[in-house]
Design a protein. Structure first.
Length: 135
């Protein structure tokens, strides 16, 4: 199972992003299930559409929002039920500086047994409970 991070999705949907080529190369593996079922947290969705609106425009952000919410390969996970686990992960982290949204990703991975996080954020490399994809 793989949990999506905003850095991966933003890179994929923004051709100007430094990691766009790597994200585009990894996306077919992701959608084919190479790392298992795909989870998208509400927090990451919020980050992605907000950043794309700022860096690109509302039209791009809206298109991506519809794509993400309509993707059959992606399970959308509301975060309200995860809030307390995310707080615990955020407060108890050692050796990392995860944002709250990133702590929610780690909490979701732990709760759902996900082994991977699709990201370009190096902060996840300090988390022993998940492996970063793509390499």
């Amino acid at each position: 199972m793989v949990v999506l991070d905003s850095s991966f999705l933003i890179a994929y949907h923004n051709t100007r992003d430094a990691h766009h080529a790597a994200a585009a190369q990894a996306m077919p593996s992701l959608t084919a299930g190479a790392w298992g079922p795909v989870l998208l947290s509400e927090y990451v969705f919020l980050e992605v559409v907000t950043v794309l609106m700022i860096r690109r425009d509302l039209e791009v952000a809206s298109r991506v929002a519809r794509v993400l919410l309509g993707a059959r390969e992606v399970e959308f996970v509301p975060c309200s039920p995860l809030f307390h686990s995310a707080v615990e992960t955020f407060l108890s982290q050692k050796g990392s500086t995860l944002s709250f949204a990133d702590a929610a990703i780690v909490a979701l991975a732990a709760l759902r047994g996900a082994q991977f996080v699709a990201t370009f954020d190096d902060d996840f490399r300090g988390v022993s409970s998940v492996s970063v994809v793509p390499d």
